[in-house]
Design a protein around this ligand. Structure first.
Ligand SMILES: *[C@@H]1O[C@H](CO)[C@@H](O)[C@H](O)[C@H]1NC(C)=O
Ligand SMILES: *[C@@H]1O[C@H](CO)[C@@H](O)[C@H](O)[C@H]1NC(C)=O
Length: 480
């Protein structure tokens, strides 16, 4: 039986420490590059001129900036792949704390790159912060889902994504010219990434290690009970301890899952394919492409620079708002429903967006329609595909398989982001406005997959969910 325990101030403190310290870190670095890219280009041009007495060519400037942007994904992949090792070796909390070292090193690189006239320092900094963000994206949702009471598991799972969207918006606002988006201040804009790390170094040590990790991975019963009592703010944690104990007993019979096993064992392969597909659905849904194109779409609608900025902020705000709505909805409507609503909505919006882009010369009102559609696209993304893949991974695996599964899922997510970043521009150049039809096709594939293969995890325990996969693997059943 699941004990329904609510939120209390200690649990809230732990969630805040991870949300602001890790998720905020992640979102900040996702959003922060938009504003200073042009300023950085000017600086690189000037630095290049000082060193070689020649201006940098357009081509090599684009190349260098692409590196600055994309090396972050390479770091993210590495960090993602290390999630399993860190979470086992140092624990969830320990891993999160150590991870801040990467953020401090990156902040030093960013803060002094201009002073040192060194382009390489930005690239190294982006690589380091990528590793940090990759680890955060694996460790933080794991810690959050393990400290959450079952009744709040879904809602707390969306906290990570919510904090990411808020900090993307925050970084865009900080990048405004009237704040830090200037010729002299942009290194500080980047170096601000040390802020969340400092916050976490002060707050997370107060919070306990994940009780599940202590009990199941380390067999430290008393410590686990103490951690759980702290988080629930009551000594009456007997039932929940028993439930975890049950999971621990079951674990003892099943040793930690290896990479080979997760790829070959059908009971594990089914949820692995689901986790990977949900990550691919998130990245190949076209969200980054639409956000990338948004500036151009706003321009073609005749918006001035300032107005385009407000449209960007409106888009960011809607993203935050809808993620918040999804946080409330996820326990009521369920994960699968929200994922399907989001993917379906994105596909429909994408069709209309293609029409608007193709027909934009027939009137200004069509351009205004595209602005609304871009915002709608972001709204649909935030409804499901933005947040659900991240905690679904933690919900469909027992804890002996969770670390390796999370590693794979996060690495897949970063690789997909890297590929979209790499391939979108060439494909867009070739197809013009019809580039979005590629995403319509992909979205339809992901919808079919979700309908057929993804089980609803709302209100189900890990045991029930794993039993379901076992039945599918050996019983040949496909029903959900
Ligand atoms: C380039 O050199 C000039 C003169 O030495 C100096 O004032 C300027 O700050 C340098 N600019 C960069 C970006 O290194
Ligand atoms: C570099 O700076 C010079 C002088 O300001 C400018 O003419 C040139 O277009 C710049 N090059 C690039 C690639 O931005």
């Amino acid at each position: 039986m699941i004990v329904s325990l609510g939120l209390n101030s200690r649990l809230l403190f732990a969630i805040t420490s991870v949300a602001l310290g890790s998720a905020f870190q992640h979102g900040y670095n996702l959003g922060v590059m938009n504003a200073p890219l042009v300023l950085m280009g000017n600086w690189m041009n000037a630095t290049h001129f000082n060193k070689t007495n020649e201006y940098i060519t357009e081509g090599s400037l684009t190349m260098t900036l692409s590196w600055v942007v994309s090396i972050y994904c390479v770091g993210g992949m590495i960090g993602g792949a290390c999630t399993g090792f860190f979470s086992e070796r140092f624990g969830r909390k320990g891993g999160l704390l150590i991870n801040n070292v990467f953020a401090f090193m990156a902040a030093i690189m960013f803060g002094f790159c201009k002073m040192a006239n060194s382009l390489e320092m930005i690239i190294i900094g982006r690589f380091l912060i990528g590793i940090n963000n990759g680890l955060n994206a694996g460790l933080a949702p794991m810690y959050l889902s393990e400290i959450a009471p079952t009744s709040l598991r879904g809602a707390i799972g969306t906290v990570y994504q919510l904090a990411v969207t808020i900090s993307i918006l925050f970084s865009q606002i900080m990048g405004l010219e009237s704040l830090l988006g200037t010729e002299t201040l942009w290194p500080i804009l980047l170096a601000l990434t040390a802020g969340p790390a400092v916050f976490q170094m002060f707050t997370l040590p107060i919070c306990p290690e994940s009780p599940k990790y202590l009990l199941i991975n380390k067999g430290r019963q008393t410590d686990s009970q103490r951690a759980l009592s702290w988080l629930r703010d009551t000594t009456n944690v007997h039932e929940e301890m028993e439930e975890m104990q049950g999971e621990a007993e079951a674990q003892k019979l099943v040793p930690a899952v290896s990479l080979r096993e997760i790829l070959t064992n059908p009971t594990l392969r089914i949820p692995l394919v689901i986790a990977v597909m949900m990550m691919l659905a998130q990245q190949f849904s076209g969200i980054n492409a639409v956000i990338f194109f948004s500036t151009k779409i706003y321009e073609s609608a005749g918006l001035g620079e300032d107005e385009a900025l407000y449209a960007t902020i409106a888009m960011g705000s809607m993203n935050v708002l809808m993620t918040l709505v999804s946080l409330v909805m996820v326990e009521k409507a369920g994960r699968k429903t929200l994922m399907l609503t989001g993917l379906g909505g994105m596909a429909i919006v994408c069709v209309f967006l293609t029409l608007c882009l193709a027909l934009k010369d027939y009137g200004t009102w069509i351009s205004y329609c595209s602005i609304v559609l871009v915002i709608m696209f972001v709204v649909m993304f935030a409804t499901g595909p933005g947040s659900i893949p991240w905690f679904l991974v933690n919900e469909i695996f027992a804890s002996n398989a969770r670390p390796i599964a999370a590693s794979i899922a996060v690495a897949v997510n970063w690789t997909a982001a890297f590929l979209v970043g790499l391939l979108f521009l060439p494909v867009a150049t070739a197809l013009g406005p019809y580039v979005f039809l590629v995403f319509v096709v992909l979205l339809c594939l992901f919808i079919v997959f979700t309908v057929k293969k993804v089980p609803e995890t709302k209100g189900r325990s890990i045991d029930e969910i794993t039993a379901l996969f076992k039945q599918q693997a050996y019983g040949g059943g496909n029903s959900v």
